[in-house]
Design a binder for this molecule. Structure first.
Ligand code: GLN
Length: 309
């Protein structure tokens, strides 16, 4: 199967889905994201044997946005252990939009899962570090280890653009502070979270992260363990149940690969014994998922029978 997926095939498929590049809308509730070009489409596959294939605008960079939630969860689990984290954040999908406050009012003791904003804000709060910059610095070092690439940074303009306009996330944090899920400064947790969401990568770097998860948390070159296997498994399970927000059910049926999307239009997919797949296409559907990303993953999954189900 691996040998079949050549650059030419990926290019051909990108061209097939290109007509959908304007079907949705580029995110604009974070002002700096609205400047993304909907025609910048890219895909990369990084296999667990370390080889890779990619096509499209592979140099285009984008911010992780909600994809960062998976990586932050892995670090928070490593910092605090499962019991501590899951005493404060649940494991159940919500079926609500990612920024919804509705369930938090129903279950004030904890947000339902770490992939919705409320849960992700609580997870960022749990990452060890005395200041927002220390937390984000540790998250970046973790990503440097996962990608073997120390050049990865966060985009300051996107981070401050979100920080200045993030009224819903502030509300979620204040609500959680009232119920003692988070403590301390709301502004500091939001600062760390918006910088985390603004970490900037390209599809090749992102696919390598997916491959590391697919490899059970072991570095692809050295075999060194970067994430404990059972924690990598927990992260991938959340990708299946909640990774595509309130479209996780239909995505599981149509594609069936653990995946996490972000409002920059990127998707990270991770398939055991195969590798990582990253797709970028900034136009989003009404759930906040990349239109082209979903179409491409569906093509790939159907053509090569990749569904885990
Ligand atoms: N930074 C974004 C937010 O909190 C991430 C959301 C997303 O990618 N769905 O609104």
């Amino acid at each position: 199967m691996k040998k079949d997926i050549t650059t030419d095939i990926l290019e051909e498929w990108l061209n097939n889905v290109r007509p959908y590049a304007y079907d949705g809308q580029v995110a604009n509730y974070i002002p700096a994201l609205s400047r993304q070009n909907p025609e910048n489409l890219a895909v990369a596959i990084h296999y667990i044997d370390g080889s890779s294939v990619e096509a499209g605008e592979t140099e285009a960079t984008f911010t992780l946005q909600s994809i960062s939630k998976v990586i932050a969860l892995a670090l928070a689990l490593m910092d605090n252990g499962e019991d501590y984290v899951f005493d404060r954040v649940g494991m159940e999908p919500t079926g609500d939009p990612f920024h919804s406050i509705y369930r938090l009012e129903k279950t004030p003791s904890k947000p339902l899962n770490p992939m919705i904003n409320a849960g992700a804000l609580a997870v960022t709060h749990m990452i060890h570090g005395d200041t927002p910059d220390e937390k984000v610095g540790r998250l970046l070092s973790f990503i440097h280890e996962m990608t073997d690439d120390n050049s990865i940074r966060y985009d300051e303009e996107v981070a401050s653009s979100e920080f200045e306009t993030s009224f819903l996330n502030r509300s979620l944090l204040f609500y959680m502070k009232q119920h003692k899920i988070v403590t301390g400064s709301v502004e500091e947790t939001l600062d760390a979270y918006t910088k985390q969401c603004a970490i900037e990568v390209n599809v090749c770097q992102l696919a390598r992260i997916g491959a590391l998860f697919a490899n059970g948390g072991k570095d692809l070159d050295s075999g060194r363990r970067i994430i404990p296997k059972h924690l990598a498994r927990i992260c991938k399970t959340f990708m299946v149940t909640c990774g595509m927000y309130d479209a996780s059910g239909s995505f599981a049926i149509k594609v069936g690969i653990p995946a996490k999307s972000g409002v920059s239009g990127s998707v990270l997919a991770s398939l055991n014994d195969f590798g990582g797949i990253a797709v970028y296409g900034p136009s989003l559907d009404d759930r906040g998922n990349s239109v082209v990303g979903l179409k491409l993953l569906e093509l790939l999954s159907n053509r090569y029978d990749l569904s885990i189900f």
